[in-house]
Design a protein around this ligand. Structure first.
Ligand SMILES: [Zn+2]
Length: 348
């Protein structure tokens, strides 16, 4: 079995998880990506919307695209109440998870806050509150001010984005937790693959585009833009997928630490699936299979239908606690995913 280079992967993941990457401000991450990508590719560029891209072996055939989305779920400020509480909108969040969460509002100088919770003591008296199902619109952020004017002085105003305010940390040896591992983990997989493909650049035939796509969380937009422009013959997207965990329904069977999942189903082209499986076997890389009949919800979908249709595949990284500030991944799965993508390019 291939020994996973957990250290390199962790290093990339730490760089990515320490920058805010809310959908809508991905262009701000481009300098970080440039720093990681430029020296392992023939060309690096950022397009008008902030999709970051590296190319290895330009002019080669076939043209292949390896992509993962750089955006993370976040929040956007909608209004400030007259006593200084911040109301917001959130996409992709369960209100139960937001309740009590620490947030960082991305004003010119970031402002820290917490999402208010009710003291449980009052629930005995106020049964309607004990039974209430909170919606995002019921929640508000406390930034430690007493008025709207004071909030505005800190630069907090409608349109400002926010992220969970949690440091990335390691859990034991191989596990790592942070907000936004969806899909910093996928981008790390692609970037680690890029380093390996760069080492192999004299031995490969394909022209390979490594992309950190934007705005996946609100509709796969970066994948749509880049697949149209690059016009690849084949593509593999990498995204997180549901891992087994307490309370998770039993149909979710993927385990962390057992390798990335090769998806099988209608939108995953048989040639790509076969090549990925061959690459895993030849490279002695552990992998799992994820059957998926619908295939929506990842960049694969947008790439598959780009132009006249692209042969696509998907690697899934098993993740616990998806769309929360405490997403958990196994670093070995990320490293194996990157090795698998590099081997895929090699066996093409
Ligand atoms: Zn994702």
């Amino acid at each position: 079995m291939q020994e996973p280079e957990v250290g390199i992967v962790k290093d990339i993941l730490e760089k990515l998880t320490r920058v805010p990457r809310v959908t809508g401000i991905e262009h701000k991450v481009s300098p970080i990506l440039r720093g990681i990508m430029e020296s392992y590719s023939d060309a690096f560029k950022v397009d008008a919307w902030g999709n970051s891209e590296s190319i290895v072996n330009p002019g080669g055939k076939p043209v292949v695209m390896l992509a993962a989305h750089i955006d993370q779920i976040g929040i956007i400020v909608r209004e400030i109440t007259k006593d200084g509480f911040v109301k917001f909108q959130a996409v992709g969040w369960d209100p139960k998870v937001l309740y009590g969460m620490r947030v960082k509002l991305l004003a010119e100088k970031p402002v820290r806050g917490i999402i208010s919770v009710l003291p449980p003591h009052i629930f005995h008296t106020y049964k309607e509150l004990a039974e209430k199902k909170f919606e995002v619109r019921d929640l508000a952020i406390d930034i430690g001010v007493e008025s709207k004017e004071e909030a505005e002085k800190l630069g907090v105003k409608p349109g400002i984005y926010g992220i969970p305010d949690y440091e990335p940390i390691s859990l034991n040896d191989s596990y790592f937790t942070s907000p936004g591992l969806d899909d910093a983990a996928g981008v790390t997989t692609v970037l680690y693959a890029m380093r390996k493909v760069w080492e192999l650049r004299n031995k490969i035939e394909a022209e390979v585009h490594f992309i950190a796509t934007i705005q996946e969380e609100i509709g796969l937009r970066g994948a749509e833009m880049t697949a149209y422009r690059i016009k690849p013959e084949m593509a593999v997207a990498v995204d997180v997928t549901f891992a087994k965990q307490p309370l998770m329904p039993s149909e979710f069977t993927l385990k962390t630490g057992k390798g990335p999942a090769i998806n099988k189903g209608p939108i995953y082209h048989w040639e790509v699936v076969e090549l990925l499986e061959r690459a895993a076997k030849e490279g002695d890389i552990p992998y799992q299979i994820e059957p998926d009949f619908k295939g929506y919800g990842t960049d694969t979908w947008a790439i598959q239908v780009a132009r006249g249709g692209v042969k696509t595949g998907l690697l899934g990284l098993p993740l616990r606690n998806m769309h929360s500030p405490v997403e958990v991944i196994n670093l070995k799965d990320v490293a194996w995913g990157g090795s698998l993508l590099a081997k895929f390019i090699e066996v093409l």
